[in-house]
Every structure is written in structure tokens, then in C-alpha cells.
Design a protein around this ligand. Structure first.
Ligand code: ZN
Length: 330
């Protein structure tokens, strides 16, 4: 098993664990600072059945394995439903926590992006923090703690997470077995997507990259049907909004690399492993088309963040891209 990145945050948690667990923790830090990995490690430590080493969970007992695979009956994880965490989610949590723990002495709940709770959800959460039905430990994670109710913050032990720099993030992904060419890109885009990737979508990153190359090739060569590609690879498979947003970021970086390459800034390429494809595509594209393509991607991302309608946003993007690239190679 991997140790989370060490620092003041892990020392504070160790101290707290040894002194007796608090009933609520608030992990505060920017995206990409390792909140999720640390939370998983800490939760394993709480539930681990093999306490030979009090400093770390064994990673092998049934409790550790259930947490790793996300199905421990005494752990509940809440993530935003769309753009917010809604009151119905907090109520469902309260109802699940009105029952005694199944396997462990206490239950644990983890709230990702707690700063995205609606005001109603935050008020329900506050009551829950004040009056837990059974022994439980709450872990709230937030990038923007100022958006939380001060009364929630004051009931939690706050654990600050410092930001990780890009080199540290590249190392981190390489340790997780990601090839260097992908680790470089992942470290760049991870800032906004740490939690989603940590939950198991890192493995899908290769799929995202493949689609970036395929789609841009379709746009430039006009050989086949980019719309079909989007339907087959994203819509039919049912990619999550987060994965699509990650894909759009990667697509945006592809266009950035095309522009860098056209300006002779080859050493700045993030997709250096795909140089051949970039060079080939660049032959058919004007600077104006590159700029317009980047704009289309950015607008699609903004539209999705506001409205969340995946299919409509992606179809509109393909149509606009086809319009922009209509005259290429002619
Ligand atoms: Zn264990």
C-alpha cells in the first residue's frame, strides 16, 4: 500500500489518533494536495483489524481491503451530486447512521468537497455534527473553507494540507505506476481533478488520452465522424461529468501544445510523447483555427460547469469544431 504524502498534516493526524480520535476532522487544502489519499489511509488506520504497527494500517486485512475497494459497510462517502451536495444526501447519511455499526466499533463518513453543500445541506450537517446517534468520525474535505458555515468549522479539528508542486505531483503519479509521459500531463491537469482520479479513474486516464488523439485527428483529417466517436466513446459508455471535464482539460492542453509547437517552443510540450501526431496535425491548421479551437473547448467546459448537460455540450462542441476546421487542408 502507498503511504500518503507526509508533512504537518500527517503528524497532526498521528497525534490525534494517539490521543483518541476527534469526532470530526476538516481537511483543508487546494485540490491536488493529497487530502483524499490521506483520508483513505487514516480511515484504514481506524478500521484496520491488525494493529501490530500502530503507525500504519496493514493494507491486507479484510477491513483495509474493503476500504480500498470502497465497500466497507461502516464507511459512507458523500460526493457532490452535480455541482452541489444536496440536503437529501445528508438526510440519507443521517438515516444510514441511525443504525449501529455493522463490523466496527464506530462508523466513519467522508464528505468530499464539503464546501459545495447547499445552505440547507450545511444546516442539516451541522445538526448531525452536534448530535451523532452512535460513535462516529466525520471527515470533511474542502478546498475553500471560507464557504463553510463557521459553526461547522468550529466543531471540527482542522487539518491544513499544503499545496504540492508540479514536480512532487509527477513523482506521485510515477510512484502509482503511471508512465512518465502521462504523469507529466496528469500532474498538470490533476489540480482540478484529484478526488475523482483518486477514486479509481486514474486507470481511465489512458482512455482519455487516446480519445484526445483520436478526436483531434478526426477534426483535422475530416476522414470519419467525430460525432460518432463522441457518442461511442463517451455518451454510450456513460462517462461522469468529472471525467468529461478532465477530458476537456486534456483536449485544451493538446491545442496549447499545437500552439507551442507552431511557435517553436518544443521544450514546453506536455504531450512530448505524441510529438509525431502533433506535427502531422499542425501541417493542416492555421494559428487562427488553433485559437478558435481553444475557445470552443473553454466555452464547452464553462457551459458544462453551469448546465451539466453532457450530450448537448459535447455535440455543440463537435459541430463548432467542424465549422472551424471546415477549410483545413484545402
Ligand atoms: Zn488492516
Amino acid at each position: 500500500m502507498n503511504w500518503p504524502r507526509q508533512g504537518m498534516h500527517t503528524r497532526l493526524l498521528d497525534q490525534s489518533y494517539r490521543a483518541g480520535l476527534s469526532h470530526a476532522y476538516l481537511f483543508v487544502g487546494p485540490e491536488g494536495s493529497g487530502k483524499y489519499d490521506t483520508a483513505r489511509f487514516f480511515i484504514q488506520k481506524i478500521f484496520c483489524l491488525d494493529h501490530q504497527d500502530s503507525n500504519r494500517p496493514c493494507g491486507e486485512c479484510s477491513a483495509c481491503r474493503k476500504i480500498e475497494s470502497g465497500n466497507h459497510p461502516d464507511l459512507q462517502v458523500i460526493a457532490p451530486d452535480g455541482q452541489t451536495i444536496k440536503i437529501a444526501q445528508i438526510r440519507a447519511l443521517q438515516s444510514a447512521f441511525s443504525l449501529k455499526a455493522v463490523e466496527a466499533a464506530r462508523k466513519v463518513y467522508l464528505i468530499q468537497s464539503a464546501d459545495l453543500m447547499t445552505p440547507e445541506a450545511a444546516n442539516a450537517m451541522l445538526k448531525f455534527l452536534e448530535e451523532p446517534a452512535y460513535p462516529c468520525v466525520a471527515i470533511l474535505m474542502a478546498s475553500h473553507p471560507a464557504k463553510l458555515l463557521p459553526t461547522i468549522v468550529s466543531r471540527c479539528q482542522v487539518i491544513p494540507f499544503p499545496a504540492q508542486n508540479e514536480t512532487e505531483r509527477i513523482d506521485y503519479f510515477q510512484q502509482k505506476g503511471v508512465p512518465i509521459a502521462q504523469a507529466k500531463l496528469l500532474a498538470r491537469v490533476m489540480g482540478d481533478h484529484e478526488e475523482q482520479l483518486a477514486i479509481g479513474e486514474t486507470a481511465r486516464f489512458a482512455e482519455v488520452l487516446e480519445l484526445v488523439v483520436q478526436l483531434t485527428t478526426e477534426f483535422v483529417s475530416k476522414q470519419k465522424q467525430p460525432m460518432q466517436l463522441i457518442h461511442d466513446k463517451i455518451i454510450k459508455i456513460g462517462w461522469s461529468l468529472d471525467l468529461v471535464l478532465l477530458f476537456l482539460d486534456c483536449l485544451g492542453y493538446w491545442f496549447r501544445d499545437l500552439m507551442y509547437l507552431s511557435s517553436g517552443l518544443e521544450s514546453e510540450l506536455i504531450y512530448s510523447a505524441y510529438r509525431e501526431q502533433l506535427v502531422l496535425q499542425l501541417k493542416s491548421l492555421s494559428t487562427e483555427q488553433l485559437l478558435k479551437g481553444s475557445d470552443v473547448i473553454l466555452n464547452t467546459k464553462r457551459y458544462l460547469q453551469l448546465h451539466g448537460n453532457l450530450q448537448m455540450a459535447l455535440e455543440a462542441m463537435v459541430l463548432q469544431m467542424q465549422g472551424e476546421f471546415r477549410v483545413c487542408s484545402q
